[in-house]
Unconditional design. Structure first.
Length: 109
């Protein structure tokens, strides 16, 4: 039984509405089978991986990275403390925290 890369097939063949690993890919009528070409599926996988990598930094900054944003409440506390200390510049706690997260998880070029 073949195991298909469903996500890549849907990307490469927008007309595909269902995939059965043991049978193949079908149009929305459930009868008309779509002929799959592995090189098209591979190219779609490359595109999907590139799209995912382009936005990975977002999840790295919020949940998955080594350095993540503090909660919104904590960030507001940092800003308030910085306001009281007269540090609403790049030396404040909030600004250095945000810079550390962005430096640890940069946007791809």
């Amino acid at each position: 039984m073949a195991i298909y890369d469903h996500e890549a097939i849907y990307k490469a063949y927008p007309e595909v509405k269902s995939i059965q690993d043991d049978v193949g890919a079908f149009k929305d009528d459930g009868v008309t089978q779509v002929t799959l070409v592995q090189s098209d599926i591979d190219a779609a996988r490359v595109t999907l991986d590139a799209e995912a990598a382009a936005v990975k930094y977002k999840t790295d900054r919020t949940t998955n990275g080594s350095t993540v944003y503090n909660s919104l409440g904590d960030q507001l506390d940092m800003l308030y403390a910085d306001m009281l200390a007269g540090k609403l510049d790049t030396t404040g706690t909030w600004a250095t925290h945000i810079k550390a997260v962005k430096d640890a998880n940069p946007k791809p070029s």
